[in-house]
Design a protein around this ligand. Structure first.
Ligand code: SF4
Length: 411
């Protein structure tokens, strides 16, 4: 039954572990936002990951970034509490089986839900079977005639000989966003030192949209003015015309990230606020980047929130309600006027109780809508605080769809 299936994403188990120092850490047992924790279900390979549903076939990652959030997932820690270096399949389910289950899940909407690959597990462009599986997943959607957008977040550079495949994806009507993460962190923090922009020309020619995720910038690692300036000059010199948007950002804090950095890698925790799953980015760095961006990348949007580069690509109001929930970040971003108008045209408060109830019903949630407060909080019975991140985030994404229900009812 769909209701039972949906309630499986309301299960979150935690495990306390003790680090070498004797400090205790509370980790999530399963992937953050996972749809179904039971490993005998193909949806144990799918999770709500911010603005997308992430499909994760693998566990382990060759990149081994010391701050990786996967270190907060107990079941992904294998050798002496570490992530595997060579990715292994996390289950025997095939891509077809996972997508068969996914398309039936109420959290999935054909042609709309953004699909990311490997966001909750590994580098999706790792050479060998991982990169092949990334393309296999995208082509499985295309073979089914589904035009869902894809979002690949990578530190691996664009794989060789994939220009044609990327072009086929875009020509099939599936928007493709490739977000390249590079903040020039030292190799004590990101051991793999590679050109993250390798092959970006081919991706652009194939019709992909490229965002440069200048993150994580951490004062203690990569936040010097010299480093920021060097990166922006280098990207400007070599890849200026390839970049569709720039998205700087800081490090997220979770107990798992702190566990990985301090206990597994012996690295001192940077001074960031300890607020679960919240990123910290210093305002003075934003000012610096904003100034350089205006000089070196005029006309290229600069966003504080990563969802904005996707909203811009799709031409929809903010997919994460940034214009209402994070007004300061929206206003400080450098965003084209046409996109600002699109975002401004949608106010979720217009979705009164009836619309909100339709969202709960569509998602098969036994929740009674009460309303939306002046500061855009959802009022319901039972209250949303009784539900996990996976459910709250999915409701928010539905609410952000820019009058989806209004458009439908007005034909
Ligand atoms: S208007 Fe604001 S919320 Fe919308 S895309 Fe631009 S920066 Fe993001």
């Amino acid at each position: 039954m769909k209701k039972d299936l949906v309630m499986q994403s309301n299960i979150e188990e935690f495990i306390e572990i003790e680090g070498k120092s004797g400090n205790k850490f509370t980790l999530r047992k399963n992937t953050y936002g996972v749809l179904v924790s039971d490993v005998n279900n193909p949806l144990s390979c799918v999770s709500v990951s911010n603005d997308s549903l992430s499909i994760d076939l693998w566990t382990g990652c060759p990149w081994q970034c010391r701050y990786c959030h996967v270190q907060g997932t107990y079941n992904d820690l294998r050798n002496e509490g570490r992530m595997l270096k060579i990715p292994q399949r996390r289950s025997n389910f095939s891509v077809k089986e996972i997508i068969d289950a996914l398309v039936e899940h109420p959290f999935f909407t054909s042609n709309e839900t953004i699909i990311s690959i490997g966001t909750a597990s590994t580098e999706p462009f790792s050479e060998g079977p991982v990169v092949e599986s990334t393309f296999e997943i995208m082509f499985e959607f295309i073979e089914r005639g589904l035009k869902n957008p894809f979002w690949i977040i990578t530190k691996g550079g664009i794989p060789k000989h994939k220009k044609q495949s990327m072009a086929k994806i875009v020509q099939a009507g599936n928007p493709l966003m490739i977000s390249i993460c590079w903040a020039n962190n030292p190799n004590t923090i990101e051991p793999v030192n590679n050109n993250r922009f390798r092959g970006v020309e081919e991706a652009k020619e194939a019709g992909a949209t490229i965002s440069w995720h200048l993150r994580p910038i951490v004062n203690e690692w990569s936040g010097s003015e010299r480093n920021i300036e060097m990166m922006m000059l280098w990207v400007n010199k070599n890849y200026h015309n390839m970049i569709d948007s720039i998205v700087p950002g800081g490090l997220r804090w979770t107990e798992g990230i702190e566990y990985g950095l301090t206990e597994l890698s012996g690295i001192e925790m940077p001074k960031i606020p300890k607020k679960d799953n919240v990123k910290y980015f210093s305002p003075s760095l934003w000012k610096k980047i904003s100034k350089l961006s205006k000089e070196l990348f005029p006309g290229v949007p600069l966003y504080q929130k990563s969802s904005c580069c996707m909203s811009k690509m799709l031409g929809t109001p903010s997919i994460n309600l940034v214009q209402h929930l994070c007004k300061d970040e929206c206003e400080e971003s450098i965003c084209p006027i046409e996109q600002r108008q699109i975002c401004a045209s949608y106010n979720p408060k217009k979705i009164v109780n009836e619309g909100l109830q339709k969202i709960f019903d569509k998602l098969n949630l036994d929740i009674k809508a009460i309303g939306i407060t002046d500061n855009y909080q959802i009022m319901s019975e039972p209250s949303m605080i009784n539900f996990t991140y996976a459910i709250n985030q999915t409701v928010k994404k539905e609410l952000a769809k820019g009058g989806y229900y209004e458009r439908k009812s007005s034909g």
